[in-house]
Design a protein. Structure first.
Lengths: 265, 148
């Protein structure tokens, strides 16, 4: 009897040891930690806030043209940025959004009154983003700019029907392989980081992926808004792994006292 | 043109190009990107804060009158990337500062370069980034020539 039980136990142990190891479960640990300004490369600098494939293609074409070797990088960056603005963003804006595009920087409520940014700018904010799993059902994103905190619900909970739009809206996340996908809606009408206004019909899908070498975090963000956009806009952003950095207080914003309109863009 | 003088012209272009890429804290409504001015005086306070660090200084004008000037910098988050600390600039220091003046001509400028009496300089943190990019461009150009 003892021999029979021992043999059964041995079979079970062997089965456990020879079966394929479990698939590594995607987890925030792949993204968790402190990220900061992008690498000091041409692409990283062009995507300091965010960029588009159209803009990057233009930048690389300019950099690969020997005729531009003597031109300062900021000049090429500005040219690629203008190309991106005029050939990618502007054609996708609705007539309603074009009425005020590009917004005068002097009309920015963040500049005028120190009002914190909404999601459509905060998601592309420069400097740090710290990603932390706070519980099984949520991940937090803390941004250095404005020391702003976002919650991403990982349990799929729908946005409460009666919940009014908020600055960052309601974000629900899921893992697709090693990519964190975050869908957000319910964002207060505001301005984007691209100098156009959006409505509270804004919908954003963010895809966060860590590079194979672990050194960078790539965001691809798709933005939809029936009021301001004829078709979705897709932006990229890059952060650099920066475990030694800290987010410092953001409490000394002073409303603008002297400024002139019509000086932007 | 010396290296530091070249940076003084190029770095504002980088700052502006980044600012245009997405609205950050408005620079253009306050400061004139096309002009640089220089003032000399004694630091009375350096505030290493977000969103923008600030320095206050006493500047003696041509009539021997002491005038209060304000110098605005990038924010603490940005300056820390370049190794700055709250003690990088100390009260009592005599400094010469170059920067973009305001459109209104007030006693205020946006920092581009700070020079101390011993000749040492502080430059915006963008200088390190630009330097790395120029090295990258040289490598690209070299690879391009090798491929031909």
């Amino acid at each position: 009897m003892l021999l029979k039980w021992s043999f059964g136990l041995l079979v079970l142990v062997m089965a456990a040891c020879t079966s394929a190891p479990p698939e590594p479960k995607a987890s925030p640990s792949q993204l968790e930690g402190m990220w900061s300004d992008p690498p000091a490369t041409a692409e990283g600098t062009f995507c300091f806030f965010a960029c588009t494939e159209v803009g990057l293609d233009r930048l690389n074409a300019l950099l690969d043209d020997p005729a531009n070797d003597a031109r300062p990088f900021p000049e090429l960056q500005a040219e690629a940025g203008k190309h991106q603005r005029e050939n990618y963003i502007r054609p996708r804006l609705t007539d309603a959004a074009l009425e005020t595009y590009p917004l005068d920087p002097a009309d920015d409520p963040g500049f005028l009154r120190c009002e914190p940014w909404g999601l459509a700018r905060q998601m592309f904010a420069p400097h740090q983003v710290e990603i932390r799993q706070r519980a099984d059902d949520r991940i937090e994103l803390r941004y250095g700019e404005w020391d702003a905190l976002r919650t991403v619900h990982m349990d799929g909970r729908p946005r409460p029907a009666a919940q009014a739009p908020t600055l960052f809206g309601h974000s629900v996340g899921r893992w697709e392989g090693e990519t964190l996908v975050v869908e957000t809606a319910g964002v207060t009408a505001d301005i984007t980081g691209w100098d156009f206004q959006h409505s509270d019909g804004l919908r954003v899908i963010e895809r966060f992926t860590r590079s194979a070498d672990g050194d960078t975090l790539l965001l691809t963000a798709t933005i939809e808004d029936p009021w301001s956009l004829r078709e979705p806009l897709v932006f990229k952003k890059i952060w650099r792994w920066a475990p030694d950095q800290q987010i410092t207080p953001y409490e000394d914003c002073e409303p603008a006292e002297e400024f002139s309109r019509g000086k932007g863009q | 043109m010396t290296c530091s003088r070249a940076w003084a012209f190029v770095i504002p272009m980088l700052v502006l190009a980044v600012a245009r890429a997405g609205s950050h804290h408005a620079f253009s409504p306050v400061y004139d990107e096309k002009r640089l001015i220089t003032v000399e005086g004694v630091v009375t306070q350096f505030r290493f804060v977000n969103p923008h660090a600030m320095m206050f200084m006493d500047v003696t004008d041509k009539t021997k009158k002491v005038v209060k000037w304000t110098v605005e910098f990038s924010g603490r988050l940005n300056l820390m990337e370049g190794g700055w600390t709250p003690d990088t600039i100390k009260p009592g220091e005599r400094v010469t500062v170059s920067g973009n003046p305001t459109h209104t001509g007030s006693q205020r400028l946006f920092f581009r370069r700070l020079t101390r009496p011993d000749g040492s300089e502080l430059l915006p943190t963008g200088a390190q980034r630009l330097s790395a990019i120029e090295e990258e461009r040289l490598r690209r150009a070299s690879q391009r020539k090798q491929q031909k």
